[in-house]
Design a protein around this ligand. Structure first.
Ligand code: AMP
Length: 214
């Protein structure tokens, strides 16, 4: 089962993908998480990606395509995986199609997280991320038990640089220009399943369960 979680930043793709990873064992392949890990470890990829990410711009296609090509061949991906935050451009979508075709695999479904911009700005600007395990909280909608401390690993909760409002606006405009054309790209292939991502996370999860089963 290969699924793509497609939608704007802050639409809940990552939270839901993490849930399915722990509940069902489907690996979450998040290019955003991989790039942040590369920055944190000082890897060359991180050095190349950092400037783009801080501005809310997309990292060049060849870098993220190489990441997914490699990670998706790990043994834990043999039965399938969830792509979270990839592809983000038509060129990435085309590369993915070629890569899967060469391996005799195909995409099962593309879950499209639909939500409007005003809701996203409110969500993202209150988002706090654990710098240790990557768990995501929200100052208003899902606060941690202790202020600034991760419930799961006691790591420190931080606001990602790219969750600041000016950067968020840029990320949204990048999404509308470069990523949203993928909705039609996959719609014409009959793969799009739409989710109302403005619903509370538990309801979104229920709808995803049903869609992923069918
Ligand atoms: P995310 O955590 O998915 O919101 O990604 C954070 C940032 O990482 C994005 O704003 C981009 O700068 C970069 N990034 C993540 N995935 C991709 C991708 N598929 N293509 C290009 N840039 C990406």
């Amino acid at each position: 089962m290969i699924s793509i979680f497609l939608g704007p930043p802050g639409s809940g793709k990552g939270t839901q993908a993490k849930h399915f990873q722990s509940a069902r064992g489907w690996p979450q392949l998040s290019t955003g998480d991989m790039l942040r890990a590369a920055i944190a470890s000082g890897a060359e990829l991180g050095v190349k990606a950092k400037g783009f990410m801080e501005k809310g711009a997309l990292v060049p296609d060849d870098l993220v395509i190489a990441l997914i090509e490699k990670r998706s061949q790990d043994p834990d991906c043999a039965q399938g995986f969830i792509l979270d935050g990839f592809p983000r451009t038509i060129a990435q979508g085309e590369s993915l199609a070629r890569m899967l075709q060469a391996r005799g695999k195909r995409i099962g479904s593309v879950l499209y997280f639909k939500i409007d911009d005003a809701e996203l700005v409110a969500r993202l600007s209150g988002r706090r991320t654990c710098e240790k395990c990557g768990s995501v909280f929200h100052v208003k909608f899902s606060p941690p038990k202790r202020d600034g401390v991760c419930d799961k690993c006691q790591g420190k909760l931080i606001q990602r640089n790219d969750d600041q409002e000016s950067v968020i606006r840029n990320r949204l405009s990048v999404y509308h220009q470069q990523t949203s054309p993928l909705v039609d790209f996959y719609r014409t292939q009959g793969l799009i399943r739409e989710i109302d991502a403005a619903l509370p996370p538990a309801q979104v999860q229920g709808k995803l369960e049903a869609l992923l089963k069918s």
